[in-house]
Design a protein around this ligand. Structure first.
Ligand code: ADP
Length: 498
């Protein structure tokens, strides 16, 4: 059995800040491994080397003995190499392996989709089979025995299946345990049944990971079925995915079956990146003790979007993928009523064309009240967190959500729907005495959302109460430590149980 004091953890992810990121998974993968390392554990990360990874900025070097490793992909043989760099935090350095294959990863700027057409790459199955299968071979070549392989989302879902079947006899990882974290159940890595043959997995696996009458297979389901333990990123979402049809969908039965092995651990935030007291990306640093400087960020934000009539009205901000999940429908329905209020509203987001077109029209209609940027712009995301007064996030479902946590820290009061991680992290302001940290509505209805926005705009006028609400949020501690410790407890539990 593993020595339980200092664990060896291989953290497998498809994106990681600051190398490459499309959303919350990137943030989590940048922060959690470092916190685990700070707590005394040996963590190594592995991520594909996409074309978007800046080779010049990050010193990525070759590992001679991990060059040109062959992998079967159906009848073909593909080669990959492993290169290496470090994820450097304030206190730790975590080794990061880049899974390098020019054809499937290096030659592409997008991670999962072509950036122009916004369509998923048609060979995503090949790409992530190669990644997962390749990692098993990488472990072999390294001769390194991790106690835990921590997989994240569908892109690494096949790894637990490989470990339990094709690689079951590999001495090196015979006692290794797998953890699979669901960051978003919506993305299931679904492919036609012909994909299965390319995995090289034994036939028995096919039944376990097929999901519907067309016999599609799901890489996500492979993770759900074969990993030793399942986690997701908030307690509420852990309950919702196994009990609510619209959220759990076709995965609900397997999650319900594994109820006793499914845990919700809320994400933390990396305060070395997201803290208004130290944030270099914002106009002026501030803290709960010095809130006057927050207004300078508001000014800068208003200028950035060419609004020119003062800072009196509250600014609402949203930073989000523009997809159904994020409740964009509700914003669409209510936009005229929102903009009738004495507010300004700024959005930073990319996503479905129907929403982008819609917001472009809104921008034309309300040029002095509404603005949107369709860029992926990290610096602007920081400025919106710092410069807004309110943060709107009316998600249909939300595994954890990070931007509402950033908002709390930046004194930007969130307006959220009561679902998943939003329900777990934002405390409703129920009366006029300033208790609570945000505005919360339950039903997925634009009227409900609008009521909370109206309530927020009204309360904003009372500066004393408003300052109290801002400070309530800013004083909350969502650092990674508490959550990382929960992961360690789980790792130890599965290692001990066996
Ligand atoms: P998701 O479901 O997309 O993972 P989260 O709230 O968990 O949602 O995390 C989103 C992360 O991506 C945050 O760090 C947010 O600031 C960032 N983000 C989203 N859209 C953009 C954008 N257009 N530009 C810059 N950052 C963005």
């Amino acid at each position: 059995m593993a020595k339980l004091k200092n664990l060896k953890i291989l953290f497998v992810t498809s994106e990681v800040t600051p190398f490459v990121k499309t959303g919350g998974l990137g943030d989590v993968s940048g922060a959690l491994p470092q916190t685990l390392a700070e707590l005394g554990h040996e963590v190594r990360l592995v991520v594909p080397k996409y074309g978007a990874v800046d080779e010049r900025r990050f010193k990525i070097h070759e590992i001679v003995r991990l060059k040109d490793i062959p992998i079967h992909l159906g009848d073909e043989i593909e080669l990959f190499s492993v290169r290496s760099s470090f994820l450097s935090g304030l206190k730790t350095k975590v080794q990061i392996y880049f899974f390098d294959n020019q054809k499937f990863f290096g030659s592409r700027k997008g991670l999962y989709q072509d950036i122009k057409s916004k369509k998923d790459y048609s060979d995503n199955d090949d790409r992530y089979i190669l990644f997962c299968h390749g990692i098993m071979e990488m472990i072999k070549k390294l001769g390194w025995t991790p106690d835990i392989i921590h997989c994240n989302d569908w892109q690494s879902g096949l790894i637990p299946a490989y470990q339990k079947t094709l690689y079951a006899d590999l001495e090196l990882i015979k006692n290794t345990k797998t953890v699979f974290t669901i960051h978003n159940l919506e993305f299931q890595g679904l492919f036609g049944k012909e994909t299965f043959a390319k995995t090289g997995l034994p036939e028995s696996v096919y039944n376990d990971i097929s999901v519907n009458s067309n016999g599609k297979i799901s890489f996500l389901k492979a993770g759900l079925v074969y990993s030793d333990i399942l986690t997701t990123v908030s307690e509420k979402y852990a309950e919702e995915i196994r009990t609510i049809e619209e959220i759990g969908g076709s995965m609900k039965p397997v999650l319900q079956k594994r109820k006793s092995e499914l845990f919700g651990i809320v994400n933390g935030i990396d305060y070395s990146i997201w803290d208004p007291e130290t944030d270099d990306l914002i106009e002026e640093k501030y803290s709960a003790k010095n809130l006057t400087n927050k207004v300078k960020n508001k000014k800068a934000l208003l200028e950035r979007f060419k609004f020119n009539n003062g800072t009196d009205a509250p600014v609402i901000g949203t930073i989000s993928r523009l997809t159904e999940q994020k409740g964009i429908d509700l914003i669409q329905e209510a936009i005229d009523d929102i903009l009738k209020l004495n507010v300004k509203y700024v959005i930073l987001g990319q996503g479905d064309k129907k929403y982008e077109d819609f917001f472009e029209r809104v921008q034309k209609k309300y040029p002095d009240k509404f603005a949107i940027s369709f860029e992926f712009d990290d610096a602007l995301a920081h400025l919106i967190e710092a410069g807004s007064d309110l943060y709107l996030m009316p998600s249909r479902f939300e595994p954890c959500g990070l931007t509402q946590l950033y908002s709390l820290k930046y004194g930007t009061v969130p307006i959220v729907r009561y679902t998943g991680g939003l329900a777990d992290t934002v405390e409703k302001i129920s009366s006029s005495n300033g208790q609570g940290t945000g505005f919360v509505f339950k039903k997925y209805e634009s009227k409900e959302m609008l009521k909370e926005i109206q309530r927020a705009v009204k309360m904003y006028k009372d500066k004393d109460i408003w300052t109290k609400i801002m400070k309530n949020g800013m004083s909350k501690d969502y650092s990674w430590h508490a959550s990382a410790k929960k992961y360690i407890e789980l790792y130890k539990k599965i290692l001990k149980d066996n």
